[in-house]
Design a protein around this ligand. Structure first.
Ligand code: WT7
Length: 654
């Protein structure tokens, strides 16, 4: 093979029982989709989903790119995830919760049904939440967060989860954009055996009065002292007591919205990615079955947070839709030590484990020999997601965690794709380290050049999906133009605008796809998307900052770190710089949250700009990486600024 990557065949014993057993079966499925695209999807939608009313149209492309799937159909996502399992799985564990301090709770499907119904009744009766209302969920990783999501789905409210690490300002922006009338939060949670607080962040987000939030619901978790605003704040634990455990599910149209999830783009303002009901839940379920191949008695664990799309699709919706047992973990995987995940694998006999490269790197670096200390032989499938995984981390994961026996599924997807789009199938696809391999059956993913032509093997191109698929993003909340421009503005194939992911990718000689990373001004920090413009907008709030440019720089653990070049107003001494860095980081904490803190901040006399004023980020990226500058600098407004920046950065790095 030309790229010299070793290839690993699927485990034969595993393949015998797998849903897709070999590449012939994979190709047969992919061909079925190619030959009769709508027939393929209609078959699965009928087979997999519990419809209240059957759909009449499979795909409506008449108002592209506002595609519609399964029109005419009615269903309820909470029924798909809960009610339909009650006849055969009522006593099966739906969610196994492990708290930060090792406390445990097992929630059966029947218990989940009652909890979700009560929660749904609370939202309706106490808060008047109706179909189509937006509910913001700002919660730790506790079972009530999943109940809240499913309760919204049951009554047709649209949830918008905001990751608990976001600041008050970031939370406020998201609440405002969605015009949410209810916020669900907790009195706190535990992290590394210490309480951490969420409610005060909500209070701060709402204090300016600029939102339309009427009610805040607070779930008790750690009983820390919190402030209560009379008439606005209510205790979940009090209100839930007298609620009926039965709540009729709202019949939802296939294209009624299920949730919003804000994600970073290349402008300063995050966008509310909208997912709708039928298409999303169908693909969440199908990918759970195909990619993780979870069996009836398996226990599945995804370490993500519900604040990200991975937590939505692969902790809550996907596993529950297929009737699996899903682990929900409140804590930090390296606490109390880097053996924690393997201890949990041993204890719960976990069969599928899904995490991010950044976590694999930390576990590898800080606990290389930890897997050996536990019996982790129950593992069958190991997953990774969020960023390209580097070969050393892959090798350790494959050999030490997977015992060279487990399939590694390097799943490539995004908030916008709803579920996996390019990934190996564990019983079928021969895998190569750090390679997402092939599009899943039904997904027409192609690497194209700017003219919409397929790129030859070995050449970098743009990762596109050239036909609409059921779980694709349906819109950017309140901004149709941005939706079209962000995803359908760059690449046309045969005259038709196609979905561009924003990622670069490359085919190898075998037609395998390797993702090379973002091609836009988005940085991938620990598998999370961070828009450079967002970080820049925060830094610019400092009154002494004249100009700023932010770029990504490779980081040992995080994948990419954030590197900021700042031009100050007026002269400053070194002593002031130290103070300034602190102030700037505090602003970032307030505006976005700790996840956006800069790894490097350097003060420079100017930024490299073209005569028309465009910042040449490529030059700044090269300097941050300590790489030679290959670009012609003579067209810059002031070419000498490049040398000055280089020497400043070099002196900072010593
Ligand atoms: C971006 C999406 C998808 C859930 C987590 C992040 C990168 C994702 C892979 C992978 C290489 C990957 C892409 C993508 N990405 N999975 N297996 N290999 N890169 O969701 O915040 O929407 O970020 O993560 O750059 O566009 P997200």
């Amino acid at each position: 093979m030309s790229d010299n990557k070793p290839i690993f065949q699927p485990n034969r014993e595993f393949a015998k029982e797998a849903r897709v057993k070999n590449m012939c079966e994979y190709h047969a499925l992919q061909n079925e989709a190619m030959e009769d695209y709508e027939g393929f999807w209609s078959r699965y939608a009928k087979e997999k989903l519990d419809w209240i009313e059957p759909f009449t149209t499979t795909l409506d492309e008449s108002n592209a790119p506002f595609y519609r799937w399964f029109d005419g159909g009615k269903l309820n996502v909470s029924v798909q995830c809960i009610d339909r399992h009650l006849s055969s799985r009522k006593n099966k564990a739906a969610i196994i919760f492990e708290g930060d301090r090792g406390d445990k709770q097992i929630i059966t499907y029947l218990e989940l049904y009652y909890q979700v119904n009560k929660f749904a009744n609370l939202l309706k009766e106490n808060f008047g939440v109706q179909k189509g209302d937006r509910v913001v969920i700002y919660m730790p990783m506790i079972p009530e967060a999943a109940y809240a999501m499913l309760a919204c789905a049951r009554i047709g409210a649209i949830h918008s989860i905001v990751f608990g690490g976001f600041s008050a300002e970031a939370l406020k922006d998201r609440i405002e954009d969605a015009k949410a009338k209810v916020v669900i939060t907790a009195d706190g949670a535990y992290r590394k055996a210490k309480p951490y607080m969420l409610k005060d962040v909500v209070d701060k987000a709402l204090e300016s009065g600029s939102t339309v939030v009427e009610k805040v619901l607070i779930v008790e978790r750690n009983n820390e002292e919190i402030a209560w605003v009379a008439g606005r704040d209510y205790s979940y634990n009090e209100l839930i007591k007298d609620k009926s455990p039965i709540c009729q599910p709202e019949p939802m149209d296939s294209e009624d919205p299920l949730f919003l999830l804000y994600t970073s783009g290349s402008t300063g303002k995050p966008k509310g990615v909208q997912h709708n009901s039928a298409g999303y839940i169908l693909w969440a379920q199908m990918t759970m079955e195909w990619v993780f191949d979870v069996k009836e008695n398996d226990t599945y664990w995804c370490t993500a947070d519900i604040g990200w799309i991975t937590g939505h699709t692969y902790i809550v919706y996907g596993p529950l839709a297929m009737g699996a047992t899903t682990i929900m973990f409140e804590g930090v995987i390296t606490f109390p030590d880097a053996g924690r995940p393997w201890k949990m694998v041993e204890e719960y006999k976990i069969n599928q484990f899904y995490t991010a490269p950044t976590a694999i790197r930390v576990l590898h670096k800080t606990g290389e020999n930890e897997p050996k200390k536990y019996d982790i032989s129950s593992l069958k499938v190991l997953g990774t997601v969020g960023e390209p995984i580097d070969p050393p981390a892959w090798k350790w994961y494959y050999e030490e965690v997977g015992g060279s026996r487990c399939a590694i599924v390097d799943t490539y997807w995004q908030t916008e794709t709803g579920g996996h789009v390019v990934s190996p199938l564990p019983g079928a696809t021969p895998i190569k380290p750090a390679c997402a391999t092939m599009p899943l059956p039904g997904i027409i993913a192609e690497i194209l050049d700017e003219n919409g032509q397929k790129v030859p093997a070995g050449e970098k191109g743009l990762m596109c999906i050239t036909r609409p698929w059921p779980s694709m993003i349906r819109g950017v909340w309140g901004d149709d133009e941005r939706f079209k421009k962000s995803y359908f503005g760059d690449v046309k194939k045969e005259g038709q605008a196609v979905y561009f992911t924003g990622d670069g990718a490359i085919y190898d000689e075998d037609g395998y796809i390797t993702i090379t990373g973002r091609t836009d001004d988005v940085i991938n920090v620990s598998g999370h998307r961070m828009g450079t413009a967002e970080v820049e907008a925060a830094i610019k709030k400092h009154t002494k900052v004249a100009e700023v440019a932010v770029v990504g720089k490779p980081h040992e653990i995080k994948g990419e770190g954030i590197f900021a070049y700042i031009v100050m107003k007026g002269e400053d001494s070194f002593a002031q710089e130290v103070e300034l860095i602190k102030e700037i980081n505090n602003i970032i904490k307030d505006e976005i949250g700790n996840i956006a803190l800069c790894d490097d901040i350097v003060f420079v006399p100017g930024l490299p700009k073209t005569r028309s004023g465009k910042i040449m980020r490529r030059i700044l990226r090269a300097i941050a990486k300590n790489e030679p500058i290959t670009q012609d600098t003579s067209t810059l407004e002031d070419p000498s600024v490049v040398e000055k920046i280089e020497s400043i950065v070099k002196s900072c790095m010593i």
